[in-house]
Ligand binder design. Structure first.
Ligand code: ATP
Ligand code: MG
Length: 379
């Protein structure tokens, strides 16, 4: 998959710009605060119908303008798709069209394989489980409408169970039967979510381990592992058996009833899931260097690319400010990891650094200069 062209009107600090892209590597170069990340945001938005950073649609409108509009052509599954996205302040309505057909409210974009990296992704290692569950839900949800649906229904059942638990918190004797309908749903949807999370973490983990070894060599301290910690203890042996996962979940949720009633909220289920990055068997969050943490995340993102490329279509890889904290060797090794992507967008303030790392590898590339919201194709 790749983007052929993009037209931006009143989007962030771009007033009216039109840019053509080629498959392969595109470098966006410019000083700080010129619009590099804004352009990446527009590219991501065009592919997935949403931003990776805006809190509100109106944040993306050029200040003091009444609307933004993005239009572009994406080559996906060997066909060109015209995508149009706009938002008007007055109407407070977002309009998305694909090949001229209006998407209904709440209707999702078809799966477009796009992988995005930004320095904020380090939070995946540094911050709490919620961050990591968010990552899994976003990424697996992007792949599977079934997963999105299970997640939505799980969350609804959990909310309802929690309000029931809260109401009954102070009661001496709680009727277990009260929770049965919610538990049934929590078990049904939760087991399916758990199975998907385990499957993808295992596949991505294997690719990521290879990628990390590529960056850091085969030493025993450079083995990367992603370890899944479900909020329900499940023997990995039964991970393929949905019925057994359901039974085990039912058992553990039932066992927790008394404690849950005391606390007034649910304690067992996939809403407590987490996963850890282990480097040489040690938790990366506590022991790994900045560069190692960044490399671990890059290895995971590259793993997603390899997975999409193998199972779906060669993806687009968007990398915002990847090179701070990576030394010369790591920078050079990185490029090999991205080869499975059909199109790569990468930002940097200095052309020189990229020249060192990438451009002397003789791979063809395009260079765009971004200056005060203007885009100039240099190469
Ligand atoms: N809605 C908006 N309207 C106008 N300008 C905006 C809007 N949103 C953000 N900006 C401005 O756009 C400018 C460029 O932001 P951007 O994040 O793209 O910079 P950058 O080139 O990635 O810089 P850096 O190298 O520091 O990451 C910033 O000065 C920012 O304040
Ligand atoms: Mg930026």
């Amino acid at each position: 998959m790749f983007i052929k062209d993009l037209q931006l009107t009143n989007f962030r600090n771009f007033r009216k710009e039109m840019v053509r892209f080629k498959p392969g590597l595109t470098i966006l170069q410019g000083a700080n605060a010129q619009g590099k990340s804004n352009l990446l945001e527009a590219i991501y938005h065009l592919c997935l119908g949403k931003s990776f950073r805006a809190f509100r649609e109106s944040d993306m409108i050029l200040w003091n303008k009444p609307y933004y509009f993005l239009q572009g052509n994406i080559v996906f599954k060997n066909r060109i798709h015209k995508v149009e996205i706009g938002y008007e302040v007055g109407k407070r309505r977002k309009v998305c069209k694909i090949n001229g057909i209006l998407l209904q409210k709440g209707e999702d974009f078809d799966f477009c394989p796009v992988v995005f990296f930004s320095p904020d992704d380090l939070d995946l290692i540094k911050r709490g489980p919620e961050e990591r569950r968010g990552f899994l839900d976003r990424e697996i949800g992007q792949l599977s409408a079934f997963y999105r649906d299970c997640l939505q229904r799980y969350k609804k059942a959990l909310r309802q169970k929690n309000s029931l638990l809260k109401i009954n918190k102070l009661k001496k004797k709680v009727d277990r039967g009260l929770f049965t309908p919610w538990n049934k749903q929590i078990i049904y949807f939760g087991s399916r979510i758990l199975q998907q999370r385990a499957r993808l973490l295992s596949i991505w983990g294997q690719f990521a381990a290879k990628n990390f070894a590529h960056l850091f060599g085969q030493g025993k301290n450079s083995t990367l592992m992603l370890e899944y910690h479900p909020g329900v203890t499940i023997d990995p042996e039964i991970m393929n058996n949905l019925q057994e996962i359901e039974n085990e979940m039912a058992l553990q949720i039932d066992r927790a009833t008394h404690q849950e009633s005391e606390k007034g909220f649910s304690l067992v289920g996939i809403h407590k899931d987490d996963f850890t990055f282990l480097l040489g068997g040690k938790e990366a969050k506590r022991f790994a260097s900045q560069g190692q943490q960044r490399s671990a995340i890059i290895s995971l993102k590259a793993a997603q690319i390899q997975f999409y490329s193998k199972n779906y279509e060669k993806p687009i890889f968007i990398l915002d400010d990847i090179f701070s904290e990576l030394d010369y060797t790591r920078r050079k090794q990185c490029i090999a990891l991205f080869q499975e992507a059909q199109q790569i967008f990468i930002t940097h303030t200095l052309h020189e650094v990229l020249k060192d790392s990438f451009l002397n590898q003789k791979a063809p590339y395009s260079l765009l200069k971004i200056n005060e919201g203007r885009i100039e194709t240099v190469h």
